[in-house]
Design a protein around this ligand. Structure first.
Ligand SMILES: [Zn+2]
Length: 458
């Protein structure tokens, strides 16, 4: 720990990282570096950071001697990796954690989720987003792809912790023209909100919730709007086994395949971010892969809600690029993205198609270069300074495979440090921008209030 240890060092670093005294200059080092951008594992690696970028990278001894005055973060048995990115979530659903177990999706939504979500006002949504963002940051997650309502409050909650995100307001119209107009207007308002903030941490996507909740009319308008706003399209797709029949029945349309339908709606292309894809055919996956779309797989959520195995092997075969998400905390219920990589790997062993290797799973944990933020992701010079450092402790095996430890031995691997856009938001395993205990107290009060209101709606 750079010769200084204990509480004093933590306080000193927190003061240092909280003060905006010119560009932040710091140095991160670790025994191993897992660079998902180049799929390279390096020993004794260090990066020098100025502002929001990595300005130099190389062996630990070289970089430390080159930048002697830079504040140093790292330690023994540590692994450096680009900050993890949760490709699909609904942050405020952390308020509904433990509200619904062992229920299949339709029952889960109708009996447990819907009655509670109706109670969430702006302040609860913001608190939920902040709590979830804090949990993710403490697990090395520096960014999320989110969809919810009161999404401006989700942005505020996440920013108070310091993580970045692509945020989206989830639109639902069920074929009601008036509702479609209102939903699109809400998306435009949200776009203006994001533009007005000018935050390097917040981008937006246009988000029709799913094909069974959004009419062909609103979906067509989503296509033009995403082009106009230059935004990705965030869509739940083929999550449920009965989804194609559901779409046909709800909107009375002929539907030969999801890919053909989205092509007809002018939505097929690299802007598409498809959450789940659990019940998507190999043919459709290949079409999405060729179109440059991105799939966000959610293994725990898919299994927990009885929707099926995550389709990672099929995505690999179809050359459909994929990341991994937790989904909301009402269908996971953890905020540990590393454990989602384990779920991907174990389910890959019992799925058809080419098995995932460890790099496939670890790479799915981080933001792919060139997508969404248009900045290089990685651990070399010029890359965005979004970096996590994990420490291996009891429960891991530092002499074994490092990628194996990061995915399979999540009990023994703890996030020690997280830098987002060059700012340190977790230092020595502690949040820099908020107090964990106070946040948990507020969370406990809020969840109790929700349960009291659900039990006694009058
Ligand atoms: Zn979702």
């Amino acid at each position: 720990m750079n010769g200084v240890s204990g509480a004093y060092a933590h306080i000193r670093k927190c003061i240092y990282v909280s003060c905006n005294l010119g560009p932040l200059m710091s140095l991160l080092y670790a025994d191993w570096a897992v660079d998902t951008a180049s799929r390279t594992l390096r020993r004794d690696w260090a990066v020098a950071i100025e502002g929001d970028s990595i300005v130099d990278a190389g062996s630990k001894s070289e970089i430390i001697s080159k930048y002697p005055s830079y504040e140093k973060f790292g330690g023994r048995r540590c692994v450096m990796i680009p900050a993890l990115f949760n490709s699909h979530t609904h942050l405020p659903m952390v308020l509904l954690r433990s509200a619904a177990e062992q229920q299949p999706m339709a029952e889960w939504f109708e009996k447990s989720v819907n009655p509670r979500e109706r109670l969430l006002d702006e302040s609860l949504v913001k608190l939920g987003a902040k709590v979830a963002a804090a949990e993710f940051a403490l697990n090395g997650v520096g960014g999320v792809f989110d969809m919810y309502f009161h999404e401006d409050k989700v942005v505020e909650g996440a920013e108070e912790v310091g993580i970045r995100g692509i945020f989206s307001y989830g639109m639902i119209d069920y074929g009601n023209k008036e509702k479609a107009d209102t939903e699109l207007k809400e998306t435009l308002n949200f776009y203006r909100f994001i533009q007005g903030r000018r935050s390097p941490l917040a981008k937006m996507a246009v988000a029709p919730h799913a094909l069974y909740t959004c009419s062909p009319d609103i979906l067509k308008r989503v296509g033009s709007l995403s082009l106009e706003l230059d935004s990705p399209v965030n869509l739940h797709l083929a999550e449920r086994p009965d989804e194609i029949e559901l779409v046909r029945g709800t909107f009375g349309i002929k539907l030969s395949s999801f890919a053909a339908y989205l092509k007809e709606l002018n939505l097929l292309g690299p802007r598409l971010v498809l959450a789940h894809c659990t019940n998507l055919s190999l043919e459709d996956m290949s079409i999405f892969g060729r179109a440059g779309a991105f799939a966000a797989l959610n293994p725990t959520s898919n299994l927990r809600l009885g929707n099926g195995l995550p389709p990672a092997n099929r995505a690999k075969l179809a050359k459909l690029e994929f990341g991994v998400g937790t989904d909301g905390a009402c269908s996971n219920d953890d905020s540990n993205l590393l454990s989602e990589a384990k779920m991907l790997l174990v389910s890959s062993m019992v799925s058809e198609g080419p098995r995932l290797d460890l790099w496939d799973a670890v790479s799915a944990l981080t933001l792919p270069t060139g997508r969404f933020f248009v900045r290089d992701i990685g651990l070399s010079r010029g890359c965005l300074a979004d970096i996590a450092i994990f420490e291996m402790g009891l429960g891991s095996n530092p002499s074994g495979s490092i990628l194996g430890n990061l995915t399979y031995s999540t009990d023994g691997v703890r996030a020690r440090h997280l830098t987002v856009g060059g700012k340190h938001i977790v230092v020595d395993g502690k949040l820099v921008n908020c107090e964990k205990e106070r946040l948990f107290d507020e969370y406990e009060q809020a969840t109790r209030k929700i349960e009291d209101m659900v039990d006694d709606p009058d």
